[in-house]
Design a protein around this ligand. Structure first.
Ligand code: KG4
Ligand code: ZN
Length: 338
């Protein structure tokens, strides 16, 4: 089955053609990083305007690269949330219009579920359900128990910033460009993770939940001094690297500890990771070195950041299981509980 997937939840306009849930014929991603970089984060109104300009060319390019025409497409899939409402509406409207125009079924996909599915797209072995899913992106941080594709139970989430958001905000405090995650990872390679004593938050009575806002404030205080309103302690280049390493170490260790606890509590040996932070090599090494008893399944290149291949891939399974959605009734959703 040939599925056309569309993704516009945040600041990437993406379209992909995927056969039978796995075989990626095209995966076009038009990133807006250039547009938002000077603001240090995503500006929703600018994101929407860019989606409007790029959605049609991106769809055309995906069909061209896949060497298929619209008439070959058998299912139109789109992420309906969670995300920025204006951005979601652009992808949804394009997908609904296409479905109605060419008379092919339409299906709405949960973006977070698709991040969890992305690791499976390049994994050839059978999965032993239940397994654990870990979503670590710019907008979401959650550990979920996956009973099968389409059946999830959320184990924990963040009570404030998402993990990628923490990287980006700390980067902004340190004067780094957006998105700061990959830059912090690079700086950390030459830094001393023990130099600054930083720790992620503990959520009372919810030991597997995440909290990164206190850590972010601790970085701010490290840079500007605790009692000073306008005084900035100047960090030399090595201090910056040490701060990046200390921050990254605190975040990754916190994630590692909580994933390990969740896997033992729920007796899951296989762990699917998804979302932009799963690109982080230090994170992958941390699990490989310290938890060889767990099988960590990471998304391949091009599938960890926001993309439409994961939307089209998951749509295939969801369609086989539950059938199509009704394009006339289907709404965008800024929040979707698991
Ligand atoms: O999954 P994604 O494209 O966005 C959402 O769906 O929200 O992930 C983007 C996030 C950004 O916050 C970015 O800084 C972070 O992923 N990121 C990283 C790395 N690469 C991307 N964070 C840490 N280390 C990386 N190598
Ligand atoms: Zn995402």
């Amino acid at each position: 089955m040939l599925v056309l997937g569309i993704e516009t939840t945040c600041d990437e306009t993406a379209c992909a053609v995927v056969r039978d849930g796995r075989d990626i014929l095209s995966n076009i991603i038009s990133s807006q990083i250039d547009l938002h970089a000077e603001y240090g984060g995503v500006v929703p109104e600018l994101a929407c305007r860019r989606h409007v300009d790029t959605i049609i060319p991106v769809i055309k390019q995906a069909l061209l690269e896949a060497n298929v025409s619209l008439s070959n497409i058998e299912l139109i899939a789109v992420s309906y949330g969670p995300g920025l409402i204006g951005a979601l509406l652009i992808g949804l409207t394009a997908a609904k219009s296409l479905s109605l125009a060419i008379g092919k079924p339409f299906i709405g996909i949960n973006h977070i579920e698709a991040h969890l599915y992305s690791a499976l797209m390049s994994y050839d072995q059978p999965i032993q359900f239940p397994c654990l899913g870990v979503v670590i992106s710019g907008g979401h941080t959650a550990i979920v128990k996956i009973n099968e594709i389409g059946s999830y139970k959320q184990i924990s989430q963040t009570v404030d910033d998402a993990i990628g958001e923490a990287f980006d905000k700390v980067g902004k405090i340190m004067g780094l460009p957006y998105p700061a995650g990959p830059i912090i990872e690079k700086l950390a390679l030459q830094g001393n993770p023990e130099k600054y004593h930083l720790k992620a938050g503990y959520v009372k009575e919810r030991p597997l939940d995440f909290s990164f806002s206190g850590l972010k404030t601790a970085v701010l205080y490290t840079i500007q001094g605790q009692n000073s309103k306008n005084g900035r302690i100047s960090l030399n280049e090595q201090d910056k690297k040490d701060l990046a390493a200390s921050f990254q170490n605190a975040v990754l260790k916190d994630l590692y500890d909580k994933v390990l606890k969740a896997s033992s509590l729920h007796k899951c040996r296989q762990i699917l990771f998804g979302g932009g932070v799963s690109n982080n090599i230090a994170l992958r090494d941390l699990f490989a070195r310290n938890a060889p008893h767990l099988e960590c399944i990471w998304p391949s290149k091009g599938l960890s950041l926001d993309n439409a291949a994961m939307i089209a891939g998951l749509a295939y399974h969801q369609y086989l299981k539950s059938g199509k959605s009704d394009p006339f009734d289907f709404e965008a959703s800024t929040r979707i509980p698991f």
